[in-house]
Design a protein around this ligand. Sequence first.
Ligand code: UP5
Ligand code: MG
Length: 190
Amino acid sequence: GTDKKFTVVFVLGGPGSGKGTQCANIVRHFGYTHLSAGDLLRAEIKSGSENGTMIQNMIKEGKIVPSEVTVKLLQQAMHESGNDKFLIDGFPRNEENRAAFESVTEIVPEFVLFFDCSEEEMERRLLSRNQGREDDNIETIRKRFKVFMESSLPVIEYYNSKGKVRKIDAGKPVEEVFEAVKAVFTSSYD
Ligand code: UP5
Ligand code: MG
């Protein structure tokens, strides 16, 4: 219950929709700290934690890691950051994630940024990323798309029903997407 003081924007969208890329831009302009749930999980694998093998297997299969792991990593990162404004990228990914984060932290997001992009374009981006991610192969990419459609879109629909979603056409070039993102953040200060 002590996390209510934090301001949070959830940054959601399919695999390769540009969440990480745009978060880096938002950080530079608006003073948020960027927390990618996927990056925190990958760091957890590298650190050799006892959950590492389980996390690695789930990522390889495109599955969603249990919220007790992810919420703890996010909370830890928020407390260690020294900031009070966060972009939480790639989380919550299902109803269980959403409910757990809400009940553990009591944080209600300021809004939800949703990067809307076609699967065709996302697949093209992921297959040409070349950063050695174990989930950037066509088999895992297809699984990630399926999980996004089945489990993550309903979370976006939930927030949409609360009037919280700011939808961005993420199929355009990076600079054009960022213009639309800037407009959302600028108008949220009015
Ligand atoms: N690129 C970006 N924007 C572009 C544009 N406008 N035009 C052209 N190219 C563009 O971008 C992807 C690539 O596209 C890059 O090469 C970029 O240069 C280019 P990026 O910004 O990295 O997209 P992003 O949406 O961040 O893609 P990412 O692959 O990170 O999304 P995912 O949601 O799939 O990955 P994440 O790291 O969040 O999760 C990975 C896995 O971790 C999940 O599948 C799951 O198994 C697990 N996970 C959980 O279990 N729980 C969580 O809470 C989070 C993750
Ligand atoms: Mg990312």
